[in-house]
Design a protein around this ligand. Structure first.
Ligand code: GLU
Length: 279
């Protein structure tokens, strides 16, 4: 199996030092294994994703000396590709329409971040059927049913990152309590949510190792559940530690002072950046 990994930023802000670390770790792992490193723009949030951030991220990654083997995949340019998976989930009875507020849904569709609470959906629309779906409704995963479907299957995934290294089984109780019925799509606007788009693209791009920050570790359960109900292979995961500020907080996109572009302006070199993140 040739090692294939990716860096999958959402172009909703500048590349900061935490992202750069993630990209370099994935890139270096691929090179060390004689494998491939790919770049994927997770730009399905059509309002917050901006061409200027997409271009800046590419410029900063190139400046850092990273190269990727294939053309950049932009999710927003291939939205219909996610439809067959949504249809299959619907056929399996694993989706229901949800008309809860746009703000709630928007928050639920973004990639989760440490320090930003992930609200477990209270199930207001859970009684609804796909047959009474209205334009603009979101589609949610009926998590209990998905877990029931996988009940007699031995679903697990391998983690090679430090803190969580080992084999992990599905943890239905914890997933129901802490993640819940995530939004997978808002059909009226043809938008597919992070959880589904990212998991599917890992498979279509032939990713063998998903390398990313450990803030996404808990949410891996949902992605593994989605892949398992869709009968798709499950990649190996590697969640690395996060670059934190002096107060121990994960760096967020709004920490512009930590943007690679800012370090470049101040005269830092790519090797200074590597040294700063301990590589
Ligand atoms: N697009 C996600 C983010 O920027 C990362 C997704 C992933 O690596 O799985 O937070």
């Amino acid at each position: 199996m040739t090692f294939r990994t990716r860096f999958a930023p959402s172009p909703t802000g500048p590349l900061h030092i935490g992202h750069a670390y993630s990209a370099i770790v994935a890139h270096d792992m691929a090179k060390a294994a004689g494998g491939a490193f790919l770049l994927r723009m997770e730009d399905t949030d059509l309002q917050r994703s901006k061409a200027k951030w997409d271009a800046q991220i590419i410029e900063d990654l190139s400046w850092l000396g990273l190269t990727w083997e294939e053309p950049v995949l932009r999710q927003a340019q291939q939205l219909p590709c996610y439809d067959p998976a949504l249809r299959k989930l619907e056929e399996l009875g694993l989706l229901y329409p949800c008309s809860c507020s746009r703000a709630d849904i928007r928050a639920a569709m973004a990639a989760p971040q440490e320090g930003v609470d992930h609200d477990v959906y209270p199930g207001t629309c859970k009684h609804r059927y796909m047959s009474d779906r209205q334009t603009g409704d979101a589609l949610r995963l009926h998590l209990d049913r998905a877990l029931d479907l996988l009940n007699d299957k031995d679903v697990s995934f391998t983690e090679t990152g430090g803190t969580h290294k080992g084999t992990h089984r599905l943890n239905p109780e914890l997933t129901l309590k802490t993640i819940g019925d995530v939004v997978l799509s808002r059909k009226g606007e043809e938008i597919v949510a992070y959880f589904l788009a990212s998991a599917l693209d890992d498979i279509t791009q032939g990713i063998t190792h998903v390398v990313r920050g450990e803030d996404l570790f808990d949410f891996t359960q949902i992605q593994v559940i989605l892949l398992a109900v869709l009968d798709l292979p499950i990649p190996i995961y590697h969640h690395h530690g996060l670059i934190r500020d002096d107060a121990g907080k994960r760096l967020a996109k709004r920490d512009d002072a930590r943007a690679i572009a800012k370090y470049r302006e101040d005269g830092a070199s790519p090797s200074d950046i590597r040294a700063m993140v301990g590589l």
